[in-house]
Each structure stands twice: as structure tokens, then as C-alpha cells.
Write a protein of this length. Structure first.
Length: 570
């Protein structure tokens, strides 16, 4: 088949699947790609060393034809989009993504292509290791054997195509999920791809200063540990247990669920620290070491003084984003070492941070229709003060109570979160439900609905499904899962709201030289020129509040600007 016939086939097919092959799992240099039209797969070598490659003109003609048409199918579009951008192709059409569809249909399973094909189509695909080998014998994909490379590549395109036909047919049976896919998850892929491309501006000098402090502090604590705990391996639970329990006679606070031996995990070491300084030294050493080995390398710019985190729309069961390189949801915050200060822009720009105020509690008020909670938000009362007075604790504790109960926390965990007695936590919980009785009813209703339907619906069309092995679980495991269902409604709805806001904001920021660069929980961070800041603040607030207009309580968004991210939280 010559190039003209291939182009014609691409243009005349209802769907086309596309899959890129890269130098390795970490190096996103394109060496080949495969596509499938109407069930027929094609392999296009671009920079292979074991076969003749297509010409640059042929590669450009094929990719241009594919990317200029609708209904192109990917599995993990965000990966392929980055690969294509590296060779000058910017996907603009709304993509189909079998990973997103699979996650919508059942968020409790793995969404890798090979596991899904095995589960849905009963076919075992070859792995990357089978093609490229492992260890010393491993080669790059560009050097893999001709037959293996072609078979692997065409399989990826073919089974992505077949998987889409199977999953999309299922999706069409559920109006709510189909609407969620078309109106939220599909357009969101374009937004996230743009975030991946934009990256996050980093002040390298500040980052180096923090790195120097961390090196100095970690060495200081390691020297203390080595002097006073000579010969102890900090990675050995057995040696740590012998030191603290047998030598220092520290109390046994909990036991390992796997072995039944006394635990010396971080939670226990924190409690030991007041009486035994060595425990505190270990925690400090681990903290600074984690910064040096995890967060600082991930924030260090590889090019253009920007780092490029990865955002995963299928990273959580609730529909919320997860992120990596680094995980911004877990970015440490410390008064001495504030990594947020490293996220900084040039003098002519600003960062605008927009954060929903008490979003989850407002959603709880909406879904439960609790009279006291609704009254508080409709009359602009302080919900934490209200709870503190009602249950008999201070405002800080009330804040913990408010959020812990929404997370499905039991009395034991609440006591731990509050650092209070079991009895006090039980009293707070009892009085909380007396004050907000409809919250308990809402939680009970979600449990009943989940058992009856096998899922609970979430605002925006998403569902939270009961786990596949629910009936085989122990009673306490079932209860824990059912308790989490009410929180899933709230977390999932929060995810939908922020996603809708991002889609609208992305479109409106096109009129300015401004970009969404981060999404963390209920918070967005936008980079823009200082001259546009006031107008963009208005736009951000409008976009974030628009999805909340149909809720029965008012939502609030706190908008602040600063030269670095830390300043917006000052």
C-alpha cells in the first residue's frame, strides 16, 4: 500500500487509533508509531536502527492527516501528546482516550492498556520487556528486533482500537457517564496537555539555597544519630525496635499488623520524641533526606528554568487529580523551608492563586440539606466556630471534627487526629450529629444506595462504584468502604467543579498571555503578566464560581497574587 492509499484510508475511516513508540519508558523520543483504521494496523518506523525508516515527508503526511481529523483514539493521550509535541506536532482535536473511559466505567481497577485488554478482550499483549529485554541485555526500542518491534507496535494500535469499540459501546449505555466523558473528561485532556507543556517556573537560586540547608541539616542529624546510636541501621525495623523498646524501654504504642511485633513507624517515633531525642533526630533526618532525594530533584528545572510535573486525571478513585514529579498535593510546607517560594516568576509577571473556601463543607451542606449547616452558610456564619460551640471544643479542634467526620472517620481515628481521649472524641462526634443530624442521614443514605445500586452517583455524571470484591471482604472492611461513600460524593463533586472551572478558564485565558500551571485539590495557580492581573483575577473567580451556581449554598473563592507561590499563601 503506497502513501496515498494510506492517507486515503485514514481519511475515510470512522475511527483511527494512534500509539507512539519511544526510545525507552522514560525517554520520550519518538522512534516509531502505529495506527489502526477499521481494524487494520500499520507500523511506521521513524528512527529505528533495525529497519528502513519512512521519510520525514511521509511521516509528516501521515501524522498531519491523523491529527487533523476527529475521532482519534489513544490510550493515555497525555503521554502520546508529549511525544508528538517533541517533533513539532501539536494535537488540537478533541481526543478519545480508552484509559479515561475505562476509569469512568470502573475506577477500582487498573487502567493500563495490557491489563484492560486482558480483562475486557481476553488477549495477552506482549510487554515492553519482552521486546527490549531487561538488565544488561536490555536494548532501546530503536534497536529491538524488526519482527518484535512491528508486532508490538501494531498490537498496541490494534488493541487500543478494539478496546475503544468495546468500552465506548458500554459507555453509551449510561447517559450520565457519557455526558461526563464528553463535557468534562475529554476537553480536560486538552487543558492538562497544555499544563504539561507550560511547566512551572522555578527560582533556581532559592532552590539551591534550600538544597544547601537540607544537606547541612541532614548531616547534622545523621552525625548525632551515628554518635548516639552507633551501628544502628535506620532502615531496619528490627534494629530500631531493639533500640527503642529493649534498650531505651520506650512503651509499646502499637503493633505491626503483619508481624504483631512492636511498631516503630513514624507515628510512634513522633510520640517517642518528647522523651527520647533520638526519635526526633531520625524523623528530622528522614524529612531532610526526602526533600533532597524526592522533591528538590523533581523541582530542579531541566530546561527553560521550568519544571514539568505530570498531572493524572485517573490517579484517584474520586476523580480528583494526582500529580507526580513532584507530587504537589504532598509538597512539604515548613516555616524554615518553604518550597512554594521556589515557584517564582519574572519581575513583569505574577502568580495568581485561587482557592475554594471550605468547599467540602459547603458541598456537605448542599447534599445533606442539613438545616443548621445551610443556615450557617446562607447567613455567613463561621462554621468552625458554630461547631466548636456546639460540641464543646476550641476552633482548631472543631475544624478537625468538621473535616474528619466528612471523611468517614471513626471515633478511634478522630481521637488520634485530635490527640484526645477516645471518650472525648466520642462525645464530640455525638454532639456533632446532634447539631447536624442530616449529615448522619446523608451518610446512611449513601450506604444504602451504594449497596442497592452497586454505586453512588456524583455531581457531573461520575459514579463511585462498590469494589468488585466487596462481598468477600470482612465486615469491618465493608463498613469502612461504605463510610467512605459519603465522602466520595463530596470529593467527586469537588473534582467535577474544579475540572469544569479549568475547562472554561483555559478557553478564556487564550485572550491573554496567561496559563494555568498548577491544580492542587481545590486550588488553581495561574501565571500571567502583571498588567493583566486584575482582569484575570475577575475571570478566574467567575470561572470557578460558574459551576457552583445551581447549588443551594453560596461558594467563595479566595484570590491572591504574589511574585512566588509562597507569597500567595502568606
Amino acid at each position: 500500500m503506497d502513501i496515498k492509499d494510506i492517507i486515503r484510508k485514514i481519511e475515510n475511516s470512522k475511527y483511527v487509533s494512534l500509539d507512539t513508540e519511544t526510545l525507552s519508558l522514560t525517554d520520550k523520543t519518538l522512534v516509531a508509531f502505529s495506527f489502526c483504521c477499521d481494524g487494520q494496523s500499520f507500523f511506521v518506523p521513524v528512527a529505528m536502527n533495525t529497519m528502513e525508516n519512512f521519510s520525514k515527508q511521509e511521516v509528516r503526511s501521515i501524522l498531519t492527516t491523523i491529527l487533523n481529523r476527529d475521532n482519534v483514539i489513544y490510550h493515555n493521550y497525555l503521554f502520546d501528546a508529549q511525544v508528538l509535541r517533541k517533533i513539532g506536532f501539536i494535537p488540537t482535536k478533541l481526543p478519545h482516550d480508552t484509559m479515561i473511559i475505562a476509569h469512568l466505567l470502573n475506577e477500582n481497577r487498573k487502567v493500563g492498556l495490557k491489563s484492560l485488554v486482558k480483562e475486557e478482550l481476553n488477549y495477552t499483549m506482549k510487554t515492553f520487556k519482552e521486546v527490549c529485554g531487561t538488565g544488561k541485555k536490555q536494548v532501546s526500542f530503536a534497536d529491538s528486533a524488526l519482527e518484535k518491534a512491528i508486532s508490538y507496535g501494531t498490537d498496541d494500535a490494534l488493541w487500543t482500537y478494539r478496546l475503544f469499540i468495546k468500552l465506548y459501546t458500554k459507555l453509551e449505555h449510561y447517559d450520565d457517564l457519557l455526558k461526563c466523558y464528553k463535557e468534562i473528561e475529554q476537553p480536560l485532556l486538552i487543558v492538562v496537555d497544555d499544563m504539561h507543556t507550560t511547566g512551572v517556573p522555578i527560582d533556581v537560586n532559592k532552590l539551591k539555597q534550600i538544597e544547601s540547608i537540607c544537606i547541612e541539616e541532614s548531616k547534622k542529624y545523621l552525625d548525632k544519630i551515628q554518635y548516639y546510636m552507633s551501628g544502628i541501621n535506620l532502615n531496619s525495623p528490627v534494629q530500631l525496635r531493639n533500640y527503642f523498646v529493649n534498650k531505651k524501654f520506650m512503651p509499646i504504642l502499637k503493633r505491626s499488623g503483619r508481624t504483631g511485633e512492636p511498631s516503630v513507624d513514624s507515628e510512634v517515633l513522633e510520640k517517642y520524641a518528647d522523651r527520647c531525642p533520638e526519635a526526633g533526630w531520625i524523623l528530622k533526618y528522614r524529612y531532610y533526606t526526602k526533600l533532597l532525594t524526592t522533591f528538590i530533584p523533581a523541582l530542579t528545572p531541566k530546561e527553560n528554568l521550568r519544571s514539568y510535573p505530570q498531572f493524572n486525571p485517573t490517579g484517584t478513585t474520586s476523580g480528583r487529580f494526582s500529580s507526580s514529579s513532584p507530587n504537589y498535593q504532598n509538597l512539604p510546607r515548613n516555616s524554615d523551608i518553604e518550597l512554594r517560594n521556589c515557584i517564582s516568576v519574572s519581575e513583569d509577571k505574577v502568580l495568581i492563586d485561587a482557592d475554594f473556601s471550605q468547599m467540602e463543607l459547603r458541598l456537605a451542606a448542599h447534599f445533606s440539606k442539613d438545616a443548621n449547616m445551610l443556615y450557617a452558610y446562607l447567613h455567613n456564619e463561621d462554621i468552625h466556630d458554630k461547631t466548636a460551640k456546639a460540641v464543646g471544643c476550641d476552633r482548631r479542634q472543631a475544624k478537625v471534627v468538621n473535616f474528619s467526620i466528612l471523611y468517614g472517620t471513626g471515633t478511634k481515628t478522630l481521637a488520634k487526629n485530635l490527640e484526645s481521649s477516645y471518650e472525648d472524641a466520642g462525645t464530640y462526634m455525638k454532639k456533632y450529629f446532634e447539631t447536624y443530624p442530616s449529615i448522619r442521614e446523608f451518610m446512611q443514605q449513601t450506604k444504602v444506595q451504594a449497596i442497592k445500586q452497586g454505586y453512588i452517583p456524583i455531581y457531573g455524571g461520575r459514579r463511585r462504584n462498590i469494589s468488585i470484591n466487596f462481598e468477600r471482604k470482612l465486615d469491618w472492611e465493608k463498613e469502612h468502604e461504605l463510610r467512605s461513600m459519603a465522602n466520595a460524593v463530596i470529593q467527586g463533586s469537588a473534582a467535577t467543579i474544579i475540572k469544569k472551572a479549568m475547562i472554561e478558564l483555559y478557553q478564556r485565558l487564550k485572550d491573554y498571555d496567561a496559563k494555568i500551571i498548577l491544580q492542587v485539590h481545590d486550588e488553581l495557580l495561574v501565571e500571567c503578566f502583571k498588567k493583566d492581573a486584575e482582569q484575570i483575577k475577575i475571570i478566574i473567580k467567575e470561572c470557578m464560581l460558574n459551576p457552583t451556581k445551581d447549588f443551594c449554598v453560596p461558594f467563595e473563592v479566595d484570590v491572591k497574587e504574589g511574585h512566588n507561590w509562597g507569597e500567595t499563601h502568606a
